[in-house]
Ligand binder design. Structure first.
Ligand SMILES: Nc1ncnc2c1ncn2[C@@H]1O[C@H](COP(=O)(O)OP(=O)(O)OP(=O)(O)O)[C@@H](O)[C@H]1O
Ligand code: SF4
Ligand SMILES: [Mg+2]
Length: 330
């Protein structure tokens, strides 16, 4: 990987299971990656492949019946290495919503209907000590809403969630996430619930904030058009595994993994923002009894005997590009 990378997050061999009545869901099966300071790192893949669970695991936001079984997670704070796996819940709460902030898909679920947007921004700032008094937070909330280009921020600070449009609500949620000046913003399909125009405006806003405030972004999306537009590096996930990782240009120019190739074939117009990943033959595997060896083997057009028996190793084809597939082993 690049020597230019100053890591902000490093994950090694992450495994997450869900203990359900139907059986143990092996949701994340040995995921490793790092996110470099200042970049937009994207996680892509079909529904259920483990994008949200991976993102939540970064601050151990996995609740029962889920459990992080294995793995190392490090957060780098100005060169200090923080071992996320060994922190107490109290210490994690100081990091979540402050140094590492989340924006999830549904703005309605993220807001409390009983409080004004301004109050909710103020409360987040007060909880994390960004302001000493709630009253000061209320004043600062207007600035925060202005930063996320909320129309008429003085008035909107006094509005309740139901008085705002979907786009304004999501601006409010992004405002809350940014109010404590996070170093890492984890945006999990932050615009999918919104219409295309608002989606585009909000993504432009995020990218602009990233530039102005030196934010690092982990972006999760189904949308390969969006990936092409905003991401620096991309990790493609399939059934709980990162099957390929590369700088965005390399991924689109020379995809290596059969799954990535299928994904990109399913995107007829890479410039369009509304394309979803769908038209891949076969079904997503059951993660209670995942296929042995390569989890993609039942759908792969190149399956060999070894693929059915052994998990493919991670192969670096160059300094920046890795693939987990037996086709590239030698
Ligand atoms: N609370 C839970 N109980 C049981 N299984 C779960 C739970 N949460 C997630 N999973 C399983 O973990 C796997 C990964 O889920 P995850 O939410 O990370 O998928 P995703 O890639 O974010 O999908 P989507 O694109 O639909 O958001 C799925 O197979 C899912 O069934
Ligand atoms: S390891 Fe084998 S089954 Fe898996 S993607 Fe590569 S060729 Fe296909
Ligand atoms: Mg998800």
């Amino acid at each position: 990987m690049s020597e230019m990378c100053t890591p902000i997050i490093e994950v090694k061999n992450l495994k997450v299971n869900f203990y359900t009545y139907a059986g143990v869901v092996k949701a994340i099966d040995g995921v490793s990656f790092r996110i470099c300071k200042g970049e937009t790192y994207c996680l892509v893949g079909e529904t259920g492949c483990g994008k949200s669970v991976t993102a939540r695991a970064l601050t151990r936001l996995i609740r029962p019946p889920g459990k992080i079984e294995e793995g190392e997670i490090y957060y780098y704070r100005d060169g200090e290495r923080v071992d996320i796996m060994s922190l107490s819940e109290e210490e994690l709460n100081k990091i979540r919503g402050a140094e590492i902030a989340y924006v999830f898909q549904d703005p309605t679920a993220a807001l409390d209907p009983l409080y004004t947007i301004g109050y909710q921004v103020a409360e987040t700032m007060y909880e994390h000590g960004t302001v000493a008094k709630l009253k000061e937070g209320m004043r600062r909330a207007v600035e925060v809403l202005r930063r996320v280009l909320m129309p008429d921020p003085e008035r909107r600070a006094r509005s309740y969630p139901h008085e705002l449009s979907g786009g304004m609500r999501q601006r409010g949620v992004i405002g809350i996430a940014l109010s404590n000046r996070p170093r890492l913003l984890i945006a999990d399909e932050p615009t999918t619930a919104l219409d295309a125009t608002v989606q585009a405006q909000l993504m432009d806003l995020l990218m602009d904030l990233k530039k102005r405030e030196g934010l690092t972004i982990l972006l999760i999306t189904h949308n390969m058009g969006l990936v092409a537009e905003v991401c620096d590096r991309v990790a493609v996930m399939y059934a709980g595994v990162i099957v390929e990782e590369a700088p965005v240009y390399d991924l689109f120019e020379k995809p290596l993994h059969p799954y990535t190739r299928a994904l990109l074939r399913a995107v007829p117009h890479p410039g369009r923002r509304t394309i979803k990943l769908e038209a891949i033959p076969g079904t997503v595997p059951n993660l209670i009894e995942p296929p042995p060896g390569c989890r993609f083997h039942p759908r792969c057009p190149h399956t060999m005997d070894v693929c059915k028996r052994e998990k493919p190793p991670e192969i670096w084809v160059d300094e920046h590009h890795r693939v987990a597939c037996w086709l590239y082993a030698r």
